[in-house]
Design a protein around this ligand. Structure first.
Ligand SMILES: Cc1cc2nc3c(=O)[nH]c(=O)nc-3n(C[C@H](O)[C@H](O)[C@H](O)COP(=O)(O)O)c2cc1C
Length: 359
């Protein structure tokens, strides 16, 4: 009896199975506005239980990459509506990932008047792709003032309301992979000396204020968060207190009762492993839904669910390349390989054209 393909519960929602589509940035939102091509792509993949959208900015300031969508303007909300409708028509539920890129940005990718903000004026090592000039070094961001922090929280809150207006079932706060929320959590990027910096109680304050504000706006069954303990992507080095800091965060999030925590593990792509003990800590400390992701195939998904390590399994590259992944995993059919060259390029190539078993 498969757990993976049986119905699942997520807060007040029933999911058609235990499989979740990972947030996957695909850079097809020309002008930062969701479009018909994206609607086709998401509907193709809506046989999973839950789709989490690609990273979507709650603010003009958060649009670090080219062609990523937003959810701060009326046009963007209107652009998302046919997408949520198309996914719901196929039976999946849909959460939108709020990705405020913070310092992982470049002015060439941002609309006029937008500012590159971060907890501290510390540039990330590495480079950012721009459509206009190719790779450019990450800039030194502006250190956020308390007023900037307040504004950002208001932007997240308004974006949560916009997400409801656009027909989403909930939101996922992107607290992983080196973007703004994680920039506050980690000591290398957060060198503040006010109540948002220093000890972990202060470094998680911004994240928890965003959680509290979005829960107040749309309800705790509609707010989840993604975290990457031990993640190093986007210049987030390992440090001694990692386990203790994330244990504290797990406890604080549990007290708030948001609907899920979604853990990233990029070790299958060569990143440092997330210790099993860390995943077990989240399982122990957080009483609601735990989603695990990273390198899953059907057998490992089934066995981790059956062992009670988590409640749902999220997949990225397999569903990117196999719109009918549920059928393929159920029947043991061969999988299409993902084409990395078209992960982030504009247009339908490598996006909506992956074949299903039916052609
Ligand atoms: C093309 C691509 C885009 C991604 N974009 C995002 C993103 O927007 N937000 C996010 O949290 N993770 C993002 N990720 C990470 C995935 O959500 C996932 O954690 C990763 O692919 C590992 O899962 P997998 O082994 O099943 O692919 C991206 C990964 C890929 C390959």
């Amino acid at each position: 009896m498969s757990v993976l393909f049986s119905k699942a519960v997520l807060g007040s929602l029933t999911l058609q199975n235990h499989l979740v589509m990972c947030p996957l940035t695909r850079n097809r939102a020309t002008g930062n506005i969701p479009n018909a091509l994206m609607a086709q792509y998401y509907a193709q993949r809506a046989s999973v239980g839950l789709i989490i959208t690609e990273g979507t900015s709650p603010s003009p300031n958060g649009l670090g990459y080219p062609r990523i969508p937003g959810i701060f303007s009326a046009t963007q909300v209107d652009g998302w509506k046919p997408i949520t409708d198309g996914v719901h028509a196929k039976g999946a539920k849909m959460f939108i990932q709020f990705m405020h890129c913070g310092r992982i940005a470049h002015a060439l990718n941002l609309p006029a008047g937008a500012r590159i903000l971060a907890p501290s004026a510390v540039a990330a090592a590495g480079e950012m792709y721009t459509d206009a000039e190719g790779l450019k070094p990450h800039p030194v961001p502006l250190a956020m003032t308390e007023a900037d922090i307040k504004t950002a929280i208001e932007e997240f809150t308004q974006a949560a309301k916009n997400a409801m207006a656009a027909g989403f079932d909930g939101i996922e706060l992107h607290g992983a992979n080196g973007y703004l929320l994680e920039q506050f959590i980690r000591p290398n990027s957060n060198q503040r000396t006010d109540r948002y910096g220093g000890p972990i109680e202060n470094r998680v304050r911004f994240v928890l204020e965003v959680v509290d504000a979005t829960i107040a706006a749309i309800g705790k069954d509609k707010v989840g968060i993604r975290l990457s303990p031990y993640g190093v992507f986007n210049d987030m080095p390992l440090y001694d207190d990692m386990a203790a800091d994330y244990t504290y965060l797990a406890q604080q999030l549990n007290a708030r009762g948001l609907v899920y925590i979604h853990l990233v593990d990029h070790s299958p792509q060569g990143a440092p492993p997330v210790p099993d003990a860390m995943k077990a800590t989240f399982r122990k400390e957080f009483k609601r839904t735990l989603i695990l992701s990273g390198g899953y195939d059907a057998a490992r998904a089934e066995s981790d669910l059956a062992a009670g390590k988590c409640d749902l399994i999220a997949v990225g590259r397999p569903i990117l390349a196999n719109p009918d992944l549920v059928t393929r995993w159920k029947t043991g059919a061969a999988l299409n390989a993902p084409d990395m060259a078209t992960f982030y390029t504009p247009g339908p190539k490598g996006y909506t054209g992956y074949p299903t078993l039916n052609g």
